[in-house]
Design a protein around this ligand. Structure first.
Ligand SMILES: [Zn+2]
Ligand SMILES: [Zn+2]
Length: 150
């Protein structure tokens, strides 16, 4: 699927005061998501689609309201149809291929950003894990406060 817009430049997001601004970027730096304020949710997903999307053992991501996120740079989009009829549209860099962010069609006001693209070890930790029945044995997210879904 080709991009429906030539670039990802969008109007400046409203920026809450005294909230951190964090920037996620692709591997080559051409595509960025500038995120204002705290994420609504940080989660880890162990599903096979996330394993394939990332090329890693699981996906880690931060969900924001789209008004908090400004995407800059060129991108392409690809929509994956889910088993249950839902679909997710992914935004990725056409140069290096990094999947920077995505939006489930059922949550059009949300932008979920790949946590690793922040390259920030102090990023808020996940509070939720999904598809634990597909997790690699060594990839368990520790903690009693985690909201766990199989
Ligand atoms: Zn890139
Ligand atoms: Zn997943």
């Amino acid at each position: 699927m080709t991009a429906t817009q030539p670039t990802g430049t969008q109007p400046t997001a409203t920026q809450p005061t005294d909230e951190p601004v964090r920037t996620a970027q692709c591997a080559c730096g051409g595509l960025r998501a500038i995120c204002s304020g705290p994420p609504a949710r940080v989660s880890v997903c162990h599903c096979f689609a996330c394993q394939r999307r990332t090329g890693s053992a699981y996906g880690a991501q931060a969900r924001y309201d789209q008004r908090q996120v400004r995407v800059t740079g060129e991108f392409k989009r690809w929509t994956r149809r889910g088993d249950s009829g839902g679909s997710v549209t992914f935004t990725f860099c056409p140069t290096c291929g990094t999947n920077l962010c995505w939006t489930p069609d059922g949550l059009p006001d949300a932008v979920t950003v790949a946590l690793g693209c922040f390259a920030d070890p102090s990023f808020p930790q996940p509070t939720m894990t999904v598809y634990e029945d597909r997790e690699h044995s060594w990839a368990h997210v520790p903690g009693d406060a985690i909201d766990r879904w199989r």
